[in-house]
Design a protein around this ligand. Sequence first.
Ligand code: FES
Ligand code: FES
Length: 127
Amino acid sequence: MAYSEKLLDHYEHPRNVGSFDKDEEGVATGMVGAPACGDVMKLQIKVGKDGVIKDAKFKTYGCGSAIASSSLITEWVKGKTLEQALEIKNTQIAEELALPPVKIHCSILAEDAIKAAVADYRKKQGE
Ligand code: FES
Ligand code: FES
């Protein structure tokens, strides 16, 4: 199977790997698993008082496509509002990385992780 340059780049040089202290102000965590393969993705966002995502980090225990998808989405959400981040679709990730059909669920994992992180943030804010 031929993988795209962008996918390989994000896989070999993943951006924003790591984690924040979950108790830090503005930090929220999304943890999701892919039923199809058992892979797990933890994605964290750090949200400013203005509701803009200042930073994002991830840890993914999974395949190369899942790692590339999470790397890409951490780059995309920075500077976005929560509403804008929720608009990111897995199809955009799949397209950007040229994921093959069997790897589409890896990009869904990234979309789900962002949604979970935003939900966690709103819960913490008592919204
Ligand atoms: Fe889980 Fe890809 S099937 S690593
Ligand atoms: Fe399951 Fe990629 S997340 S194969």
